[in-house]
Ligand binder design. Sequence first.
Ligand code: 26V
Length: 821
Amino acid sequence: ALKSNEQQLTNDVKDVNAQISRHVEFTLSRQPFNVDELAMYQASALSVRDKLVHNWNKTQTAHTEKKVKRVYYFSLEFLLGRAYDNALLNLDIKQSYDESLKQLGFSLEDVLDVERDMGLGNGGLGRLAACYLDSTSTCGIPAWGYTLRYSNGIFKQVLSSKGDQVEIPDPWLESGNPFEVPRLDAAVEIKLYGQASRGENGKAGTWTGGTDILAVPYDIPIPGFRATATNTVRAWRSRGKVSFDLAAFNAGAYDAAVREAEEAETITRVLYPSENHEAGKTLRLKQQYFWTAASLHDICRRFRKLREPWSAFPDYVAVQLNDTHPTLAIPELLRILVDEEGQEWDEAWSIVRRTFFYTCHTLMPEALETWSVDLVGWLLPRHLQIIYDINFHFLADVERKFPGDRARLARMSLIEEGSPKRVRMSHLAVIGSHKVNGVAELHSELVQSQLFPDFVEYLGRDHFTNVTNGITARRWLYQCNPALSTLITKALGSEHWVTHLDELKKLQKFAKNEAFKKEWAAAKQVNRNRLCDYIESTTELKVNRKALIDIQVKRIHEYKRQSLNILGVIYRYLQLKKMSPEERKRVVPRLSVFGGKAAPGYYMAKLTIRLITAVSKVLNADEEIREFLNVAFLADYSVSLAEILIPASDISEHISTAGTEASGTSNMKFLLNGGLLLGTVDGANVELGQAAGEENCFFFGVLEPDVRELRLRHQAGQAQYPPQLLEVVDALRSGQFSAGEGDLFEPLLSTIFNGDFYLLSDDFLSYLEAQKMVDAAFVDTSSWVEKCINTTACMGRFSSDRAVQQYAEEIWNVEPVDISQ
Ligand code: 26V
């Protein structure tokens, strides 16, 4: 019989050497003299995977034997970044590998650098999914992530010589991925197109004809920190059902023979690179259905093995919908229950509503998904019937509760009337779920008052709740910031804080300890130097290493207001120019760092990048000024680059117009790493300020309740523009930052003078004031460091462990499982 190979997994250096050599010889089929860094990465990573697989199998066996309830996190994006270093740390084997690679003639650091990021996401929403899976494993919560295995992740960003964004494809799988396991045996068939018929009075309907596509799962292990529990991200790849059409092939029509397979494979060929903007593309809808149908197929197969009645489905299955992207799962589960499993409509609808939970991640109207009825009917004819049937029952019920209120019916309907008619995915997600949550306290309030007020009245307040986002301290402190982590562990006496982040509170008693403060500042300097080295090796800049490092990194979007930041930089520059050399010496030197991608079709975002790079060129060439003010735009912001940037900040900027940023999560990461917050009263900034103490943050800007009124004032042409802003605008219009081309940035400037939807002019002065306070505070190093320590000490509640435990208890009703017994 087959036996476990556990004894081959020990972590003594000589055993690790042998494990790696075995993979070099037998998996890679290479000769020992022919091993380059890539081969060493692959062989050593595969040896790490072996150890993960061992824990992984134990976990899955325990979950199956104990018949536990599992949570399934449906997310079109999982921004996992790199896996190798994370696995080494979580398994506590980094030292063995460091020593082993040394003995084999390599440096672990260089080998880790070979790995490409898993860039299967755009930004906050995808990285949140990755943090949450990390926490489910660490906390022992049985969980699966379900997503798509895009062969091209988020594009690589490079800058043209003019300073414009250029997008390059990211074929990240080109040299293989040692951290995934293909499960060819678990492939499923997914249908598209075809014909549908309704059953009589709520009985089974049919869906026939159409095209069948194969969904092949690739599994990625997600290890817990120092824990056996290892959950899974299952990523589906689309394939043609037969690799080609044999009849066509035999008739000599070779290209026609492979066309259908090619078309099928296109579904998972690329991640949509836009955020907060509805693309409305057929391929995106195909992705959404392909993914949710394959995932539900998997979940139902697992459930059937339990031999329980379908009414028990929600006792074993909780599905979290990460935004509206997976909403088709709702009609798909209804279809399975009614058409395939013979359940009555009412019973099936009740099962559906106890299974799903929906997280809303935005307030932007343009990011709320709707799909044209014609497109849905063509691609998914049976699902369109089911959506209409849900709507029929739903509107009848609304009519019973609010008789005669036609306007309300029109507002709430799943179908938006118009030409073309459209399906409102968020309405379907709200009524098809057991609970709806926003991602920060302020956001959850606005979800109820601005997005779904009718649904709050209809379904009751309890249908809506808040779970403030969180981040994993494993990647976002322990892994990315060894200098500070070591100091914290030394001060607190153990690594317990890594899984119990509230323990950071105990750092408060060191906040006035001069020796500790020195060490804290030294750790920060290590991280600042690492970033400065990176900047000097990737740009033409020579940076002042004593400068205050001010960072804004996130997707480029008008509502996030990178433009406010860069206009502030220009203002600072103009003031420096007016000063005498003596006066300048009293100014706090500043390094302003920007990073972030613009959606390829987002003109204003791309122009913002051009503005930042243009300003950077002028400032950095100005010999009088450059020791006092530098601007760096770092290309290709990614998880790996964030790991270098976040530990190095003195302040970071989170300056969205009040009421536009749902939460933000990098704000939490920066503060956890001992940087201070410069921000508006928006998203999770509010709670970060409450936790850290407002005396330790720099807040500015108008408040959310005033935004409406201010926008109306702009529309009425009654707005005031501060002279400081006009001074900056004049400089830009003079062509000073665009080689004399005075109208280059006019489209950006004109949004400020035409409606100023994001209220730049209203916030400009208070932004400059806040920056002045930053400078003043930074001069007093001792009290600055104290603020930093006290801030880090208060970040416990922003742990994703807290967030997933809250989901598990208050929403999913899923319990942690002890794998060891
Ligand atoms: C929407 C769309 C619309 C169609 C085209 C592709 C696409 C891709 C993503 C999205 C979702 C946008 C919502 C989003 O990313 N929200 C962010 O979620 C973070 C995690 O909760 C939160 O911290 C950010 O504030 C929020 O902007």
